[in-house]
Design a protein around this ligand. Structure first.
Ligand code: UDP
Length: 196
C-alpha cells in the first residue's frame, strides 16, 4: 500500500475499507504479526520529540491517520491522504468480519472492568466474534510480561492494546515475537468508548 511521509513517519494512504480488506488477507498469509499504529496528532508530535518512539512507529507495519489533524497535516504538506482511518472504526470493522474468518480477539488495557465491559458489549453487537480474554491496563492481571505470556497461550488473531501512547506501541514492539498470523493494534481509549 502507498505511504506518504509526514514528519518522518510513513503513513499508509488508502481507504478504510481497502485497509481492512488488506489486513484480513495479510494477517492470514504472514507469519509475523502485523503491527498497526492509529496515529492522532499527539502521537505524531510525540514521535517528533522522542527518537525511540519515532523508531517504534517506523518499525510498525502501518501507521494510519486516526485523527483529522493528521489528514489536515498531510494536505498542508501537499501529500494528501485519501481519508481518515480511525482506530475505533477499525476495531468495529475487524469484529464485524470475524464470523467469516473464525477470528479470536483479545482486549488488553483500560481501567479495571473496562475491557470486560467492552467485551460484554461486543457480545451484543457482534455475537459471533469471540473475545477469548481480557486484561486491564493497570496490573490487575499481572505485569505486562505476564499478560503477554497469557495472551500467547490463547493465540488470538487480533490483539487490541489500549494502554495509551507510548505504552501500547512499546508493549506491541516488546512482545510481537510471541505472535504469528496476528494483528496487534494500539487502540487508545477505544474500550472506554465501546463500554460507555
Ligand atoms: N491506560 C491503561 N494503562 C495505563 C495508562 C492508560 O490501561 O497505564 C488506558 C486508559 O485507561 C485509557 C487508554 O489507556 O483507556 C488510553 O487513554 P488515552 O486517553 O491516552 O487514549 P488516546 O488519547 O491515546 O486515545
Amino acid at each position: 500500500m502507498e505511504k506518504v511521509t509526514i514528519l518522518n513517519i510513513h503513513v499508509t494512504n488508502t481507504t478504510k475499507q481497502q485497509f481492512v480488506e488488506q489486513m484480513i488477507l495479510e494477517r492470514a498469509q504472514r507469519k509475523a504479526p502485523l503491527k498497526i499504529v492509529t496515529a492522532n496528532p499527539e502521537i505524531m508530535m510525540l514521535a517528533k520529540e522522542n527518537n525511540h518512539y519515532e523508531q517504534l512507529l517506523q518499525q510498525s507495519d502501518h501507521v494510519v491517520a486516526d485523527g483529522i489533524g493528521v489528514v489536515l497535516g498531510a494536505k498542508m504538506l501537499h501529500t494528501p491522504l485519501q481519508e481518515r482511518i480511525p482506530g475505533y472504526e477499525l476495531v468495529h470493522s475487524f469484529l464485524d468480519q470475524a464470523p467469516a474468518h473464525n477470528n479470536r480477539f483479545y482486549f488488553y488495557g483500560g481501567k479495571p472492568g473496562v475491557a470486560q465491559a467492552a467485551a460484554e458489549k461486543v457480545k451484543t453487537l457482534y455475537p459471533q466474534a469471540e473475545v477469548v480474554g481480557i486484561a486491564d491496563g493497570y496490573g490487575g492481571n499481572g505485569d505486562e510480561e505476564t499478560v503477554a505470556i497469557e495472551i500467547s497461550k490463547l493465540q488470538p488473531h487480533y490483539i487490541f492494546v489500549a494502554l495509551g501512547a507510548p505504552k501500547q506501541e512499546q508493549w506491541i514492539a516488546d512482545h510481537a515475537h510471541r505472535f504469528q498470523h496476528c494483528v496487534m493494534m494500539g487502540v487508545g481509549g477505544s474500550f472506554d468508548v465501546l463500554s460507555g
